[in-house]
Design a protein. Structure first.
Length: 89
């Protein structure tokens, strides 16, 4: 089953446990993670349901560029990493 891992930085502030999901697409996987952790939704998604600018998601080591639909297809062995996006110089 696909697995979601949240950055340890995030876990210092919000309960965001690693979990396995039955989802077939990324948005569905995120919704399953949010189901038991309401504050997590507000950190990852904005009020329009889009990925926040300060968050980046990798699926199987590749960055997800589609930030609105989050319709990335998942494989049974997919590994999803949800991280804070870093910027600066």
């Amino acid at each position: 089953m696909p697995r979601i891992v949240f950055t340890s930085q995030l876990q210092r502030f919000i309960e965001a446990p690693e979990l396995e999901t039955t989802a077939l697409v990324l948005r569905e996987a995120l919704e399953q993670a949010f189901a038991g952790h309401a504050l997590l939704r507000g950190y990852v998604l904005d009020d329009q349901g889009q990925l926040r600018p300060n968050v980046v998601i990798y699926v199987d080591g590749r960055v997800v560029h589609e930030r609105r639909l989050l319709d990335q297809v998942l494989q049974p062995t997919s590994l999803i990493h949800v991280l804070q996006a870093l910027s600066g110089g």
